[in-house]
Structure formats: C-alpha cells, structure tokens
Write a protein that binds this ligand. Sequence first.
Ligand SMILES: [Zn+2]
Length: 407
Amino acid sequence: MQKLGTRVWKSIEEHLYGKRGRPRFKNARRFHSIEGKSNAAGLRFRDGRVEWKGLHLPVRFDRKDKHRVEEHALSCPIKHVRLVRRTVNRRVRWFVQLVLKGTPRQKDKNRVAHGQPVGLDIGPSTIAAVGEDDAFLDRFCDSVEPLGREVRRIQRAMDRSRRATNPDHYHPDGTVKKGPRRWVYSRRYRALRAELLEKQRRLGETRKREHGEMVNRVLALGDNVKTEALSYRAFQRNFGKSVRDRAPGMFVEKLRRKAANAGGQIDEFPTRTTRLSRTCVCGAERKKPLSARWHDCECGVSAQRDLFSAFLARHVDAGYLAIPRAHTAWAGAEPLLGRAMARLSETANGSGVTPASFGLAEFRRQSRSPAQDGSACIEAPDAVPTADGRSGEPGRNTGLAVRTLRL
Ligand SMILES: [Zn+2]
C-alpha cells in the first residue's frame, strides 16, 4: 500500500510541476506490477526464489547466461523486488525484477572508447556518428516502422468495430457523446484488442533492442557524446507518427544513462548558436533545404550531410563550434566519412532498400569522379550482385561507381 501511495503521489507531483500529463485512474485490469519496499520484509527475494506472505515462488534462470550478465546481477546486493505481469503471445507470464545496487555488467563485446569525443547527428529516420578513427551512418530504429503501421491499422479497425456496435454513442458528425454510458465490445473488438496489445509489446521490445544496439555502437566510438539538443516536439510535429515510434528522445535518455555508467557524459548544445546544418569548416554559412542530402561547399569540401553534421558536432565546445579546429581535423576525418558511405552502399546493395535521405546517389556520383582512371568500367562485371543478393566484392571502392541501386 505504501508503494502504491508513493506511485500515486509521484504521478500527481509530476503533473503539478508540468512534467507529465494528467494522472489516470487505473482499474485492476490495468494494474500489472507490484514491488516491495526493501528486501528485508514483505515481498522479497531469497535463495533464488520470491517469498511473499508464505508464498514461495521458484524462479526460472537463464541457464546459459552467455554474457554472464545474470551471474553478475545476482552477486549484487538487492534493494527491492518487483513482480511484473506481461502478456506474451496471449499468455500471461510473470517476471521478477530485482532492483540492485552497483553498476551493470558491460558485455565483453561492447567496448567503450573511454574519454573520446564523438559527434552525433540524429535525424527523423537516420543516425550518424563520427569518432576519432571511425564513423557510421545508418537507419535509425528502422524495424519499428512496419510494426507501427500494423498498430495503427488495428486501431482503425477497433474504432470502426466500436462505432458499429455502439451507434447511439456518437453524434451525427462522428464525435463521441459526453456523459457516462455503457459500451458494448464485440467479440471481434476484443480479439483486435488482444492483437493490438501483442503488436504494441513487440514494437516496444524491438525499439528497446534497437536503441540498445545503437547506444553500444555510439559508445564504441566514444563516451563523450556531443549532439544537438533536438526539440522532439518540433520533430514530431514535422515528421509525425514514424518518428514517434522510433522515440529519439528515449534513445538520447538511454545514451545519457549508459554514457554516465561508463564514466562519460552527453553534451547537448543549442542548434541556434552552432547552426551545424548550414556551416562549413571554412566558415561559410549557407542554408540547405532538407532535401539536399549532400554538403557541397565552394572551398571544395564535399560530404554526406548527416555525417558532416556529426563531424562538426564533435568539434563543438561550450555551445560553440570551434571552426579552426574542425578545419584542421577535416583532412583526417574525410576518409572516415567516405568509408562510412562505402559501407552503407555495400549493405544497400545487399538489401535493396535504402531511404533516399542517405544521399547514396550523390555518393556514387562522387566516387565516379576524376580520381578514378576509368578502371570502374573494367570492374563492372565484378560488381554485379551475385545469386545470393550480395555484391560480388565487398570493400572495392572502384566497383561502387557502377553498381545500380534500387532506391
Ligand atoms: Zn567550405
């Protein structure tokens, strides 16, 4: 009861200070978790099982524990225990969550480049990061998009079903009549609701996994993250539902937490003072339309827009871009950005789908330019994708120029 009271108070408090929306009343059916106050009394975890008021609930462990995460967790002191009910594939499952003291185990494969600055650029559907000796550009949280579309399809079907079974509850213009009334939910509606819950759960899980992987990729380049403070609200207004599904704000929060765990930090600077998207290392400023995916300057600097922006972000200090430093660093960073584009081009050849926002077309035009001595034409047969859909020879820059991409 005390824990419930704390939860109620917290949600009211956050509403009072304008941090969150109006708290909603939860009925028993929407109540999915319960936790103890400490591991000393009440709900507690002892000797590998949950104990609560004479109940002894055995727990299933991860027998393999490949990365020894569970082993590490169980060796930490327990602060309190939480029981969570989840419906997975329409079956109810109960999970034990232990709130522990200490730091989470870092898997061996996820090495953090301690103390290194890394520039980050998060777009509505792309992410670019530039570190000291590596860089990448990739789609951001792409696999949530089809799931999000599914969710909205089911929501529309549910709305149609509800309208058909409760015609008296609506005004002629389609809006809901006010006041308490009894809603009838058809069998079809309930089936759709179960399907919706499952889809939403999968969307959440997928996003969590993709965010986690992306956080690790960024931290592998450096744990001193520099990025523009995005106005996520403006982001959502301009780009809509698919951005909401990708939850860039949630990603930044996760990055902040994991960077702090590794001893680093994340520096979010204002867009207004840095103007990265229109600045060049030579100091020239020119406004680019959002559709221009390539940064081309009269001084000869040419790079993919998001990667270039991430590169510049790396050289922002105390909210201002150190142009001379960025200028000096550009010579060393240019090949990194080129390699990131080449890698992207490779994977695009394999999968066949890449958003036009990457500017791969420009990249191919560039890599065909004067430096090549015509060998690109000779390489052509090699570059034709093989039967398994992958390109013939990965990593050969000359081949890139002649490959055709389905965009
Ligand atoms: Zn320039």
